[in-house]
Design a protein around this ligand. Structure first.
Ligand SMILES: Nc1ncnc2c1ncn2[C@@H]1O[C@H](COP(=O)(O)OP(=O)(O)OP(=O)(O)O)[C@@H](O)[C@H]1O
Ligand SMILES: [Mg+2]
Length: 1027
């Protein structure tokens, strides 16, 4: 119930006890209306279910719904017929307490539908063994049969039950249905012979005509045309759109078969139905005051169908035999009485057929094993509710009496259960003010004084009792009763609307005015003896058993209808009293049988006569709300400090609730603590609590949401993390594999390197090849960077052993390369210089001591001092002609005689040597090169002796010269001449020279501290050289 408490503004209260203004009819209707408009057709008053007929199929009876309501606490789910049934069913199974579901409401309010839902729920909830399926099937199939024979289209309901029904279902200890028993009450048999405009006879007549096949119709002598039959012609002729008679007939036949009706039995049943149709068509004419049957053949047909003697039947229809204390007198009937007798026969036959059917169903439904099922019984009472029409008759009187009795039962049981609960819970009982309708029940049924007694009395008394004499007696005896109103004593405003043949009863549910017309007749329910006798001998076994012979033989007067009814009602009350009741109060929202229309006035009327306001008042007299501590705590625990999230303290749920109500600020008047339940006095208290809970729910939702989101994120994170770890491990593995491979390769390399290193000087083999190759490569790289840049740099990087050859080779190459570069970079002059120097080296190195001193200085081909150069050049220009000057220098000449020194210039041309005077620049000698040669010593001196052959005698012997740059000059000479032989280097310390005419001189070479040339005492020319 609490589940939708917060929706109360829109969808109303699920339980009327929470209605603050519970005394207000308007508020009551408003709540019902709100819910109806939301398609919420069920509402509680405590444990009582109010059901408003929606007149449309709602999807609330599915298997899913059944499952949802199964084994749930009554208040856990929204109000529903399933909740009521489940509650009852569980009490039955678990506590072994007999149950009854009392369904009441006016015609068309949905009682029968509700009873079917109850049955549906029970069938669905109780096992599926095949043995049980048979019982369940029979229980379910009893409905179409009873509805075919007991229901009819009325102006208020296309499928109106025209009888009261109480069905007991027996269960075994496991809750499996094992049998059933049906009690029927007061079939509206007058319908068989007459119907109101717009209404129909019982369904079975139409079903038979529409659904029976041709052969059956032929057998029953029936025609399909409805007009043919006068019993079908009063009200609505023909079929009704909402009813498919033919199809329903098939269902009835099927159901009969399932409930074990033999074919012959079925045949007999339909024969009786047909016979009634035929009976209705029998007419009479009156001849001299005596009725005569008009249509003999119809009598024959009827008698054939019922298995009775045709003439006997004919006579019985037109005669009456009275057995007055042994005096049997037969007298003819007039036409009116004959018609009466015919109709009485039709009604009696149909009524008894119906009762027989119920008995026959009961035989079929009887539990095979009843030992253990004594207490396990659930009854379903689907009985007409209070009826207040414009014209109320004997039937309404019976029905309303029945409702008074049910109301009394309701009050007793409700108050009793309330009281019991208070006692159980140890709460002080506050007496509830309520209207006890016992006074009305007494008015009706009290022995000797009650209306029933008066009616029976009037029926049975000799003389000429009539309906009006009955009314007179009523007025006479009951005029003072507060709940009886007669025309005479009624206030004028009531008198105006009451007729003189009417009386009014102030029922608990409202005032009802009854017309006494027909009371006696209906109560007498007279069927002439002759007819009974005829039927008791019928060939049709059903008819025969319906009209037993004992009945004829019995001396006792048959009980009147109302007494029979009263007895059966009291029996019913006894049955119900020992059971735990559940109430379903049905309300129809409009008279139009359409969905979506809520007629406030009509509903209020029903609310009143169902006693719902009274019901609510009783329920609300004490506490508006009561709930077990566990349930209350479970729902509202979030509102208390000590109870959230769970109360785990001592004292259990009760102690928890105690703390909770303190936290909620309830004052002492607002609540009571029972043994197992919390009682809240006013709805407002609960609403405030509920509102606080709704507000709190959002906070809790946020917490849950946060946790949930956190959980989702964490799951996501953990999943991601796991994925990352996997990925990571793959990567790491891959990297580790790579690193391991690299290390292995590196180790292999290092190992190979070390091996290579160790064996590096061995001839190349498998181990050192790479090392050597690498060493070579490295050496080459190193070498490339360390190559000598200068031609004179003879350094050369060291090399591995295996590169020795290459190194040498490269060294040479490099040197050649450097030399080549050097050479290419030389100027012609430098080149010439080198050629001369090389020549000098070739000629003088190791041969003449002062060669080494000549090396550093470059050779110059002109050694004439500056101030002489012009003159010498002039000489050359004058003298040389085509000769080319190769070298010129100053020198010192020593005379052959006396070795006097003289300054001279010496010039070398390509063909001759010229010697010029140092002062005059005149030529002293010209010595052709091909005629002379030159002698030098190997010493460190500058001495040159030019040997002049004899044919050049005019030159008077050899020429002794001191040449300042002797190596340079010598080199130029050899270069000019082309042969080295022209210059002789002698390895001697003394030298001879020609003077003239074969005479010679000696030149000694000495070493000394100072260089010099002089004539010594021996006449030798001494040349001193420095060591
Ligand atoms: N819960 C429901 N859901 C849908 N339609 C319903 C429901 N209850 C009743 N009805 C409709 O209302 C019609 C009348 O219902 P039902 O025959 O049960 O009324 P009743 O109270 O038994 O009337 P009566 O006293 O005349 O037998 C049904 O035929 C059905 O069309
Ligand atoms: Mg019904």
């Amino acid at each position: 119930m609490e589940t939708s408490l917060h929706e109360r503004d829109r969808a109303g209260f699920q339980d009327f006890v929470l209605l603050e203004n519970y005394q207000s009819e308007d508020a009551f209707i408003e709540n019902l209306k709100k819910r109806f408009q939301e398609n919420l057709i069920y509402t509680y008053i405590g444990q009582v279910l109010i059901s408003v007929n929606p007149y449309k199929e709602l999807k609330i009876y599915t298997d899913l719904h059944i499952k949802a309501y199964r084994n749930k606490h009554f208040y856990e789910m929204p109000p529903h017929v399933f909740a009521v049934t489940d509650n009852a069913f569980r009490s039955l199974i678990e506590e072994n307490r007999g149950q009854c579901v009392l369904i009441s409401g006016e015609s068309g309010s949905g009682k029968t539908e509700a009873s079917k839902k109850v049955l549906q729920y029970i069938a669905a909830c109780s096992g599926h063994q095949t043995t049980v399926e048979g019982v369940k099937d029979k229980l379910l199939k009893s409905n179409p049969v009873l509805e075919a024979f007991g229901n009819a289209k009325t102006n208020r309901n296309d499928n109106s039950s025209r009888f009261g029904k109480y069905m007991d279902i027996q269960f075994d200890y496991k809750g499996v249905p094992i049998g059933g028993n049906i009690l029927n009450y007061l079939l509206e048999k007058s319908r068989v012979v007459a119907q109101m405009g717009g209404e129909r006879n019982f369904h079975i007549f139409y079903q038979l005509l529409a659904g029976a096949d041709a052969s059956l119709l032929q057998e029953l002598r029936l025609e399909r045309a409805l007009d043919t039959y006068s019993y079908l012609s009063d009200g609505l002729k023909g079929s009704v759109p909402s009813i498919n008679d033919a199809e329903n007939f098939k269902s009835v036949q099927q159901a009969l078969t399932i409930i074990d009706f033999a074919n012959e039995e079925q045949q007999e049943i339909f024969s009786i139905v047909a016979s009634i149709l035929h009976l209705g068509n029998i007419n009479f004419t009156e001849v001299e005051g005596n009725a005569q049957v008009n249509s003999r053949d119809l009598v024959v047909t009827v008698s054939r169908l019922l298995g009775v003697n045709a003439s006997e039947l004919g006579a019985a229809l037109t005669h009456r035999t009275i057995d007055a204390r042994g005096d049997v007198v037969t007298s003819p009937l007039n036409q009116e009485l004959a018609v009466y007798a015919r109709d009485a026969l039709a009604k009696a036959v149909y009524d008894r057929l119906f009762s027989w059917l119920v008995q026959r169903l009961n035989i079929s439904l009887q539990a095979k094993e009843t030992r253990e099922a004594r207490n396990n019984v659930m009854g379903i009472l689907d009985i007409y509710g209070f009826e207040i029409f414009n014209k109320n008759n004997f039937e309404q009187f019976c029905i309303n009496f029945c409702n008074e009795k049910l109301q009394q039962l309701f009050i007793e049981l409700t108050l009793k259960s309330e009281q019991d609960e208070y006692r159980r819970e140890g709460i002080e009982w506050i007496p509830v003010e309520y209207f006890d309708n016992k006074v009305i029940c007494n008015l009706i049924e009290e022995k000797h004084k009650g209306i029933i007694s008066i009616l029976d009395e009037e029926c049975l008394r000799p003389g000429e009792p009539t309906d009006l004499t009955f009314l007179e007696k009523l007025t006479h005896k009951l005029a003072e009763h507060h709940h009886y109103v007669c025309h005479e004593k009624a206030p004028t405003h009531i008198q105006k609307i009451m007729l003189r043949d009417e009386f009014r009863l102030v029922h608990y549910a409202g005032d009802v005015t009854y017309s006494v017309h027909g009371f006696l007749d209906k109560n007498n329910d007279l069927l002439f003896r002759d007819l009974k006798e005829t039927l008791s001998k019928a060939g049709n076994s059903i008819v025969r058993s319906c009209f037993p012979e004992q009945e004829l033989r019995s001396k006792k007067r048959p009980e009147t209808a109302i007494t029979q009814f009263k007895t059966s009602l009291n029996n019913l009350m006894d049955i119900l009293m020992c059971k735990e009741p559940s109430y379903i109060r049905c309300i129809k929202p409009n008279d139009l049988q359409t969905s979506g229309v809520f007629n406030d006035e009509l509903v209020l009327h029903q609310v009143k006569y169902l006693g719902l306001m009274e019901n609510l008042r009783v329920r609300r007299a004490g506490f508006a709300y009561r709930r077990s501590y566990e349930l209350f705590l479970e729902r509202y625990k979030s509102l208390g400090k000590a109870t959230w999230p769970n109360y785990k303290g001592p004292g259990g749920a009760k102690a928890g609730v105690q703390l909770l109500v303190k936290d909620l600020g309830y004052d002492n008047e607002q609540y009571r603590l029972g043994e197992t339940k919390l009682f809240i006095r006013w709805p407002r208290t609960l609403f405030d609590t509920e509102d606080a809970f709704q507000a709190r729910k959002h906070e809790i939702a946020a917490i849950i949401q946060a946790h949930w989101k956190g959980l989702l994120q964490r799951r996501k994170y953990l999943k991601l993390r796991a994925q990352v770890i996997i990925l990571q491990s793959y990567c790491r593995r891959r990297l580790a594999q790579q690193a391991a491979k690299q290390r292995r390769e590196a180790a292999d390399k290092i190992r190979a390197f070390i091996k290579g290193f160790i064996t590096r000087n061995d001839p190349p083999n498998g181990f050192n090849e790479d090392f050597i190759a690498n060493a070579k490569r490295m050496w080459l790289l190193r070498l490339a960077k360390a190559l000598p840049k200068k031609v004179l740099d003879k350094s050369w990087p060291s090399c591995p052993a295996h590169c020795q050859e290459a190194s040498t080779y490269l060294h040479r190459l490099h040197r050649l390369h450097l030399a080549r570069i050097y050479r290419l970079s030389l100027t012609p002059q430098r080149k010439r210089q080198f050629e001369l120097k090389t020549l000098a080296e070739k000629v003088f190195k190791g041969k003449k001591n002062n060669y080494a001193a000549s090396v550093p200085a470059p050779f110059i081909d002109d050694r004439i001092p500056k101030d002489h150069i012009q003159k010498v050049n002039d000489f050359v220009a004058r003298t040389f002609g085509s000769e080319q000057l190769k070298y010129q220098s100053f020198c010192t000449k020593f005379d052959r005689h006396g070795y006097k020194s003289r300054e001279r210039f010496i010039l070398l041309s390509n063909t001759a040597i010229y010697v010029l005077d140092g002062k005059t620049y005149k030529q002293k000698h010209r010595l052709p090169l091909d005629k002379i040669d030159f002698t030098l010593t190997n010493n460190n001196d500058d001495l040159m002796v030019i040997r002049i052959p004899l044919d050049l005698k005019k030159d008077k012997g050899d020429l002794i010269l001191i040449i300042p740059y002797i190596i340079e000059f010598g080199t130029y000479i050899i270069d000019t001449v082309g042969t080295a032989g022209i210059v002789n280097i002698v390895d001697r310390d003394s030298l001879e020279h020609n003077v003239v005419k074969g005479k010679g001189g000696v030149i000694d070479i000495q070493t000394g501290a100072e260089p010099g040339v002089m004539r010594d005492k021996s006449g030798h020319l001494v040349v001193t050289t420095v060591q």
